[in-house]
Design a protein around this ligand. Structure first.
Ligand code: RVP
Length: 497
């Protein structure tokens, strides 16, 4: 037995001391971008994020809808692994179908499809335009397009066919698959188009919509791959990885992450080694969670793409009470950061750190990044938002969204907790979090706060922030003084109302 001399501390036990703010420290100059995967020191990583926020590998959090929104604003989601391999791969594929500015047609019909059916499918998928192919299949020969502007059910009748109202291929402006987004937009404006079909081998590979033009301008930070498709991550476990990894790779997952409450295990090393032996450097597998330097070193040596830090701090987590394992997030992070930096110095390889769980407000995020984390994984934060998959409901006049832990009875994620079959005991709870609106607004606000903190500390990028941040532990007494001391007249912006 050994007792570590330092007390286990949380992120709220520290404050940042401002550094010199110079003329360079303007919001436009601050870059909060971060590496996501291991790389040689001084070289560019294979994947970066412009917004250092990723969504937790949880049923209540990372759906395809949330993954698309988060990638659009520069972060990344990890589709949860507590589902059948085929379902998870389908989720990944549906995110990868979103190309920044290019979109896969969600509705394809045949020329014989009745307008009533076209209208129903467009409404179901919230789309305004359908592709018409000879077979009615997405990979069928392209015949034309039909949009809500091309017909009216009352005027043309629900049984009239799409072929009679579509805009035929001959009269359409189209583009080849090699077209860039700016060229596509040029064509749209020049020819007054609302939609530009992109064609390869007589098939529609994507559509560029005029109404997405503004969106693309807005999402200039989007996390995209070399083909401008949105990036997405996926959770895996150390049990069925030989089936799950190939299916996720095939579906186009950009990065994988072992989903476990305690990642310091030979099973994690074997999973990472399997991926490296099978795919070399092409497939990135993050590992964790860990709370000390030994565990970091073990997973980094095994080839982990990044290492996730945090045990027991999650908003829905009861692991510390149930099993007595864990460590305050600040202490865990500081220990692992030291090991990460020593590893980089010794081997020339930088293994990014993800701070996972227990970030209760935006200042915790700044604190974790100041301490040396490269990016942050959040569950509760994203669960509160419109884009999360959970139910929104009203309780006592207030809006909430459901949020449940992967260790809860509801989630039954036995693989994450090293249990077999039905879970024998729970390590998480099932509850509600106050609804907080749209992901786009919330992430923008969080970025603004982080930028403002970095400006106060005199840093214009996260590398400098890691190096120059000065932190101070706070006493219990001064900790009490961080909140507003008056009765509020109206809700704050952050309460999501
Ligand atoms: P939070 O952001 O505080 O909601 O924490 C999310 C993290 O909590 C997840 O990324 C995961 O590491 C952990 N988690 C998920 N489920 C449970 C549980 O049921 N105990 N914990």
């Amino acid at each position: 037995m050994k007792i570590l001399p330092e007390i286990s501390r949380t992120l709220s036990e520290y404050l940042l001391i401002p550094g010199l703010t110079t003329e360079d420290c303007t919001p436009d100059n601050v870059d909060v971008g971060a590496p996501l995967v291991r790389h040689r020191v001084g070289e560019e990583p294979g994947i970066r994020v412009a917004t250092p926020m990723v969504s937790a590998i949880m049923q209540a959090v990372s759906s395809p809808t949330l993954a698309v929104a988060l990638a659009q604003v520069g972060g990344l989601s990890f589709i949860h692994q507590n589902q059948r391999v085929e379902d998870q791969a389908a989720d990944v594929l549906s995110v990868k179908r979103h190309k920044a500015g290019f979109r896969t047609s969600e509705v394809t019909v045949a020329p014989t499809t009745p307008l009533g059916e076209v209208s129903r499918q467009l409404a179901d998928t919230e789309q305004g335009v359908a592709v018409v192919t000879r077979s009615g299949e997405a990979d069928g020969a392209f015949l034309g397009i039909i949009s809500l502007d091309d017909f009216h059910l009352e005027r043309h009748g629900a049984s009239e066919t799409a072929g009679n109202r579509m805009r035929g291929r001959d009269g359409l402006v189209t583009a080849p698959a090699t077209v860039s987004l700016s060229e596509a937009n040029e064509l749209i404006w020049k020819h007054h188009l609302d939609v530009l079909p992109v064609i390869e081998d007589d098939r529609v590979v994507s559509l560029v919509l005029k109404r997405d033009y503004q969106a693309h301008k807005t999402y200039h930070r989007a996390t995209v791959d070399g083909e401008k498709r949105l990036r997405v991550g996926a959770g895996i476990n150390s049990r069925d990885f030989k089936d799950r990894i190939p299916a996720l790779v095939e579906a186009g997952a950009d990065v994988l992450c072992l989903d476990s409450s305690d990642g310091y295990s030979v099973y994690q090393a074997r999973t990472v080694e399997f991926a490296r032996e099978t795919y070399g450097d092409d497939v990135h597998v993050g590992a964790g969670n860990v709370v000390d330097g030994r565990a970091f070193r073990y997973l980094a040596d095994a080839g982990a793409a990044f290492v996730k830090v945090g045990i027991g701090g999650g908003a829905i987590c009861t692991t510390r009470a149930q099993k007595g394992i864990g460590r305050g997030q600040a202490s865990a992070l500081l220990d692992v950061v030291e090991a990460r930096d020593a590893y980089a110095q010794e081997t020339g390889v930088y293994v990014p750190l993800c701070c996972d769980g227990g970030l209760l407000n935006d200042s915790h995020m700044a604190m974790a990044l100041a301490m040396g984390a490269d990016f942050i994984m959040l569950g509760r934060y994203f669960a509160r938002l419109d884009e999360s998959p959970s139910r929104k409901l009203q309780i006592g006049g207030q809006w909430y969204k459901e949020y449940w832990g992967e260790g809860s009875r509801r989630a039954q994620n036995a693989a994450r907790y090293g249990q077999r079959g039905q879970m024998v005991f729970e390590e998480g709870v099932d509850g509600y979090v106050p609804y907080a609106g749209s992901l786009y607004d919330n992430v923008e606000r969080t970025r603004a706060k982080l930028t403002s903190t970095m400006i106060s500390c005199g840093s214009t990028n996260l590398r400098d922030f890691h190096r120059d941040a000065v932190l101070v532990p706070v006493s219990a007494e001064s900790f009490k003084q961080t909140g507003a001391e008056v009765q509020l007249r109206q809700p704050t912006i952050d309460s999501g109302e």
